[in-house]
Design a protein. Structure first.
Length: 64
């Protein structure tokens, strides 16, 4: 089932660079924006697969 994941990206020196908002420590890049998006999808699958240990993630906390 598909779902939406936020990401941050920019173009620098002819390359597209970006990271997933929930995982800002893990950057990737692509030759085009579409290429970057594909790398981000692969990165998301890797980070959420459970096969990697020590993955750092951003979350939210509700404070009353």
């Amino acid at each position: 089932m598909a779902h939406t994941v936020g990401f941050v990206y920019w173009e620098e020196d002819g390359a597209w660079i970006g990271y997933l908002q929930e995982y800002p420590d893990y950057w990737t890049q692509g030759e085009t924006l579409d290429d970057l998006k594909e790398h981000l999808r692969d990165l998301y699958r890797d980070l959420t697969s459970g096969e990697l240990t020590g993955v750092r993630r951003v979350d939210e906390l509700v404070v009353p």
